[in-house]
Design a protein around this ligand. Structure first.
Ligand code: C5P
Length: 302
């Protein structure tokens, strides 16, 4: 489990504290299969965690208050932050009288389709389960995770999974090797709800053959086959909302990596690279002419 592997308990004079690493993700395949009665889109998506992590420091307190601070002032640390909501939900569900002091250090770009907020929430659930000594099972935590957001349960599971439903039905899948990515983050993010609205119900009746190709290529560690079969149904809708995504995708496509795609609901794009050297070369090559305010980062799978 990608979160529990990355949680460290620290015994302090005032109790247990926890340091948790919350990894980002990329979607290698995402297809929408129509709208559900609850208004969400039925999904089939293959998600892979990558080694670009936010950091959470959590400690219990006796006041009962949840106090969250974040090192990025642009980002709300108030009750709308998913970490805050995770803590409040866990208190409500369990009746735990304790509070928590949580420090969030952001490394993952947000509004990017990289799942940073969802991963933070999953790490908070797992970390608070430790420091409040709630003893909740993985299944219970996954249920709470799904209430917080469609992507949150993935982060309580394996580093790679085929997800269905809203995204909350998580089936771990095999990964045959380490994969290298170059992430390209435009200066503007995208709101997930806006992108799904722009999609306006477009999709497919069934997942196409690329889903099987992606799963087989992942398992076999076949980077060329994986690159040829990347697919994200949300990409065109995101490109209509943000033409810069289209422009960057076209350029990224031209640099000759194994493949490239937008992650999740965007706006971050990734190039799938054959190895770390190619990722470094791609970063160097792409730097020239990068729009002001854009960022790049290399990241590998675990
Ligand atoms: O579940 P989450 O809060 O992350 O979803 C954000 C928004 O994205 C939803 O309000 C919905 O508009 C859209 N969404 C969707 N279908 C999904 C997941 C998200 O329509 N499977």
């Amino acid at each position: 489990n990608v979160i529990s592997m990355r949680i460290r308990r620290i015994d302090t004079p005032t109790g247990v504290a926890v340091k948790a690493l919350a990894p980002a993700k990329v979607n290698l395949y995402l297809e929408t299969l129509g709208k559900r009665p609850d208004g969400y889109h039925e999904l089939r998506t293959v998600i892979l965690a990558i080694e670009l992590c936010d950091e959470l420091d959590l400690a219990g307190n006796e006041t009962g208050e949840i106090r969250l601070t974040c090192d990025r002032p642009e980002l709300s640390a108030g009750p709308d932050n998913l970490v805050f909501r995770a803590a409040r939900l866990l208190k409500e569900k369990t009746g735990c009288p304790l509070g928590a002091d949580i420090r969030l250090a952001k490394r993952i770009p947000w509004s990017a389709g990289l799942g940073g907020g969802s991963s933070d929430a999953a790490a908070a659930l797992a970390g608070l389960n430790e420091i409040w000594q709630l003893g909740l099972s993985a299944g219970k935590l996954a249920g709470f995770a799904a209430e917080l957001g469609s992507d949150v349960p993935f982060f309580l599971h394996a580093p790679a999974a085929l997800c269905a439903g809203r995204g909350e039905e998580v089936r771990p899948v095999k990964v045959g090797r380490t994969f290298d990515f170059l992430l390209v983050m435009p200066p503007v993010g995208l709101n997930t709800g806006d992108v799904y609205r722009e999609l306006a119900g477009q999709g497919s009746a069934e997942p196409d053959r690329r889903l099987d190709e992606v799963l087989a290529a992942l398992a076999e560690g076949d980077v060329e086959r994986l690159g040829r079969n990347l697919h994200n149904r949300l990409q065109e809708a995101a490109m209509r909302l943000c033409p810069l995504v289209a422009e960057l995708h076209q350029r990224l496509n031209g640099i000759g990596t194994a493949g490239c795609l937008m992650s999740g609901s965007g706006s971050c794009l990734f190039a799938l690279c054959r190895n770390r050297t190619e990722a470094a070369q791609a970063e160097d090559g792409f730097r020239r002419g990068l729009p002001p305010g854009s960022e790049m980062a290399q990241a590998r799978t675990f």
